[in-house]
Design a protein around this ligand. Structure first.
Ligand code: PRP
Ligand code: ZN
Length: 288
């Protein structure tokens, strides 16, 4: 019995999803032509779908689980559950208006949207937001290139995905209201069998090991033995750094795990303590 995972054929989640699967040693060909591809070495099969179709496929049991943008899941309101937030492909869904309308907007606030025509691919989420704020606007659904709608006179403003914000800038639009934050999520059918749950648990364990290692480096260095205590405080590691005495009197070798974002700051402090021969290595997986 295979666990069937629905995955987006293309689009913003595709690359990272495939990387996460292969880093979890689930080897699949990312075939564009075959819809259903079994993994070579694991009881899993990948069903390639359009992102819009994934929530329904999972809710109906055509797929057991799926990897999809939270925005897409929220839009569809299908009867499936979020099993895990995957911490990649982060974006937000926002209302944006032409820059030239900003003085009006600043004067009126959200009421500015009353009676306006809003172009979007997410009518459900937008409708719920408007209702909640007692606003009435005309929702105009378009499936792609939403951001050009105001410029060509198709709408007054837009409600769309914003990531870096550069699409808005190049279309002279200004983000005025963030309606929801989104990221990739793993969603699941509500009636998974125990057997399928066990396969899923193993996959989640592997995803975690990959995610835990992300942004971390393994560091080994030589340091005067009398500086180990100070160095340990700078280098918390997982529990405590590993210390090995060196042949050279008064020197030790120290190994630990380092967050990449604090990397240069920590290296600087270690050098001040007299650290030498600093080696930094990638970490492939981390099982806590
Ligand atoms: C989304 C959205 C914008 C763009 C925003 O499109 O529709 O066009 O990303 O990203 P930015 O803030 O980094 O410029 P996406 O690439 O997901 O494809 P889509 O047009 O199929 O929605
Ligand atoms: Zn889509």
């Amino acid at each position: 019995m295979n666990l069937r995972i629905a995955v987006q054929t293309k689009g913003r989640l595709f690359e990272e999803t495939m990387t996460m699967l292969s880093e979890s040693s689930i080897k699949v060909e990312s075939s564009k032509r075959t819809l259903l591809v079994p993994a070579k070495n694991f009881p899993v099969e990948i069903l390639y779908l359009r992102d819009d179709d994934i929530p329904q496929a999972v809710a109906s049991g055509i797929a057991d689980v799926g990897i999809v943008g939270e925005n897409e899941f929220e839009e569809r309101q299908e009867n499936a559950e979020i099993i895990k937030r995957l911490d990649f492909s982060k974006c937000r869904l926002s209302l944006a208006i032409p820059e030239v309308k900003m003085p009006d907007y600043i004067a009126q606030g959200l009421k500015w949207f009353n009676g306006k025509k809003i172009a979007t691919s997410y009518p459900g989420i937008l409708k719920r937001f408007l209702d909640k704020n007692q606003l009435t606007a005309d929702i105009h659904v378009i499936t792609g290139s939403v951001e050009i709608a105001p410029g060509i006179g198709l709408a007054d403003c837009i409600f769309d995905i914003v990531s870096s914000g550069s699409t808005l800038v190049s279309n002279n639009l200004k983000e005025v209201e963030i309606v929801m934050q989104s990221e990739a999520v793993l969603i699941g059918n509500k009636g998974l069998t125990a057997e399928k749950k066990a396969i899923l648990d193993e996959i989640l364990f592997r995803f975690d090991s990959y995610k835990n290692a992300e942004g971390k480096k393994y560091i080994v260095l030589n340091i005067p033995t009398n500086k180990i205590k100070e160095a340990s405080e700078i280098l918390p590691g997982m529990k405590a750094p590993t210390v090995t005495p060196l042949e050279t009197e008064g020197w030790s070798s120290l190994a630990s795990v380092l967050e990449e974002k604090h990397f240069w700051e920590i290296i600087g402090k270690l050098k001040q303590l007299g650290a030498e021969s600093i080696l930094v290595m990638p970490i492939e997986k981390m099982i806590l």
